[in-house]
Design a protein around this ligand. Structure first.
Ligand code: COI
Length: 354
């Protein structure tokens, strides 16, 4: 077992922060001064080290490159008005990370390495946490197999790492979404519920086609009938129909159990709105649109936070939304922001102080 004292810490000689303006920064482009690296060898985690952010030296036969035993998480840290640093629901991401590890036949990461390593790293690079609204420090824990071999089998060795990236909004504008009816993201029994790198790689081709046609992302549908909506791009998705909020349920294992999704469900309930987690078909969505009861559609995710959807296109049918006049999604967003930036009581105990 690795204790806090067992993390070797080597500090960067100079901070890169002096060259970077933390306002209006694009997502995932800049990285802080330090990173965490831990090795899994001989059945145990060892060599826990925080060191200056730097490239990795890798063999061309590295197993992760060939067979994709590679998983990740996305978490965010915020600065409160008094300048304190807080991380949003990291234990939930820790649990999901190990569920992904199990699905990909990888070792789980002990809590003291994941949580303590993250806290030490964020503490060291706390001056990188942006203070502007819709800005935060994105925390990217990840693990990949490191055996040098090209036989198809689970690797014996792995690396667990965390890097940090100061970030502004992931999607700047309300989105145009294409309802996918040819390609699929996930099937029951597959790895859709895991945050496995390959899930994202496989989504790029259908997403590129949608982008070529002027859309920002696709709304994935189920693999059998292309009728039931699942995720939207890299986000979970919510529909406000009448006075209820509806989001696809997680039963079939094809949808990532988003931490933001869970938080939004709780905030909607705080607002007195009934939330239904259940299968939702495109027919029901179109019917509600035609009846005038489909009021708002939005995506949720760590990177995206809450992203408004202004257009949904299904076959020849287009649904347009007057985002400017919405009531629910903006209220959810402002309540979530108030908690994250420390401007209101954290009644759900979501913020972990660093
Ligand atoms: C996140 O929301 O953290 C994600 O993982 C989406 C991403 C791939 C940028």
């Amino acid at each position: 077992m690795i204790a806090a004292a067992d993390f070797k810490i080597t500090k960067a000689e100079h901070s890169k922060l002096t060259d970077i303006n933390l306002e209006n920064i694009p997502f995932g482009k800049y990285f802080t001064d330090h990173m965490l690296e831990v090795d899994y060898e001989d059945g145990e985690w060892k060599n826990a080290e925080i060191k200056p952010y730097q490239p990795l030296l890798m063999a061309p036969s590295l197993a992760a490159i060939h067979y994709g035993q590679s998983i990740f998480e996305g978490i965010k840290a915020y600065k409160s008005p008094s300048g304190e640093a807080f991380i949003f629901r990291p234990h939930d991401n820790f649990k999901r990370f190990n569920q992904s590890a199990e699905r990909m036949q990888m070792p789980t990461v002990p809590e003291d390495i994941f949580m303590k390593g993250m806290q030490l790293l964020v503490d060291l690079d706390r001056s990188w946490i942006p203070e502007m609204e819709d800005h935060s420090l994105y925390i990217r824990p990840f693990m990949f197999s490191t055996d040098e071999m090209i036989g198809v089998r689970p690797s014996d060795t792995y690396k667990f790492m965390i890097i940090l990236s100061p970030t502004g909004p992931y999607y700047n504008m309300p989105m145009r979404i294409y309802v996918e009816e040819q390609y699929v993201r996930a099937v029951p029994g597959g790895s859709g519920y895991a945050k496995a790198a390959g899930n994202y790689g496989a989504a790029m081709y259908p997403t590129a086609i949608a982008k070529k046609n002027g859309y920002d992302q696709v709304l994935w549908t189920d693999a059998f009938e292309h009728r039931y909506v699942q995720e939207c791009g890299t986000m979970n998705v919510f529909f406000i129909i009448g006075d209820k909020a509806i989001t696809p349920d997680l039963q079939s294992g094809t949808i990532l159990a988003g931490v933001t999704r869970d938080s939004v469900i709780k905030v909607l309930k705080d607002m007195g709105i009934t939330v239904e987690e259940r299968p939702l078909s495109i027919d029901e969505i179109i019917e509600a649109h035609k009846a005038g009861t489909l009021r708002e559609v939005f995506g949720t995710g760590t990177a995206a936070t809450i992203s408004f959807i202004k257009e949904l296109r299904y076959e020849e049918y287009t649904m347009l939304f007057d985002v400017e006049n919405w009531a629910t999604a903006p209220e959810v967003k402002s309540r979530m922001n108030a908690i994250r930036y420390g401007n209101t009581a954290d009644k759900h105990c979501w913020m972990m102080k660093v």
